[in-house]
Design a protein around this ligand. Structure first.
Ligand SMILES: [Zn+2]
Ligand SMILES: [Zn+2]
Length: 213
């Protein structure tokens, strides 16, 4: 089975949305559609893919703001997946009003409840949900060991870590999450994050200044 992964940095926060396609079946999930949901829906439709679900790493507005237009632009209204501990944040439109942003279309209420260790199936490819609180209480990551890839949202970036100064954030909790849920993975695991360029577990283990203090 082979995965095709395309990243789209969208919006003023340059949040990476990912379209993940299992090529044999054309089955697709979209991870963190923060903006331009209609455009993402068009890409999926034009390629003849079938979107099975929307997976959210966490409920900040810049990761969920495109869900409404995405789901509206696809047949059959694909379900949305989120960890329950981020539902309160989802209900507050992902904190958008805090940043003076109005009218975020967060789409249908999440109906897939993500929990640590849960297996998600895309076609015949398995992903493991890894709970990684600290940036938000219900932050999760999606790990595919056969493809050596971790969609890590705003937990860890190239040379940096997620901010912990927003409501529900905790520096100590985030560092624990990174140690147990990221650094426990093999060095060649690709880290596809919420902002900025991709990196690897090994590279961050060696060079990330926040992990080497
Ligand atoms: Zn965030
Ligand atoms: Zn973000």
């Amino acid at each position: 089975m082979s995965l095709k992964i395309s990243g789209y940095p969208l919006g003023m926060t340059m949040t990476n949305a990912y379209i993940v396609v299992e090529e044999e079946s054309g089955t697709t999930v979209v991870i963190d559609p923060g903006f331009e949901g209609a455009r993402l829906a068009r890409i999926i439709t034009e390629n003849g893919w079938r979107c099975q679900a929307v997976w959210l790493t966490h409920a900040h507005f810049d990761h969920i703001g495109g869900v409404g237009a995405l789901v509206a632009g696809l047949p059959g209204e694909p379900p949305v997946a989120l960890h329950a501990a981020d539902l309160p944040l989802w209900e507050l439109q992902g904190g958008a009003p805090l940043f003076g942003i109005e009218g975020v279309d967060t789409g249908p209420r999440p109906s897939i409840d993500l929990t640590d260790g849960q297996l998600l199936i895309l076609g015949q490819t398995k992903f493991e949900v890894r709970h990684a609180p600290g940036h938000t209480p219900g932050h999760v990551m999606f790990y595919c060991d056969t493809a050596d890839v971790l969609f890590c949202g705003d937990v860890i970036f190239q040379g940096s870590i997620g901010r912990t100064d927003l409501p529900g954030g905790s520096y100590g909790t985030l560092m624990d999450s990174i140690r147990h849920q990221v650094l426990s993975l093999p060095d060649d695991t690709r880290l596809l994050n919420g902002h900025g360029p991709e990196t690897t577990v090994g590279r961050e283990r060696a060079y990330n200044p926040f992990l080497n203090m």
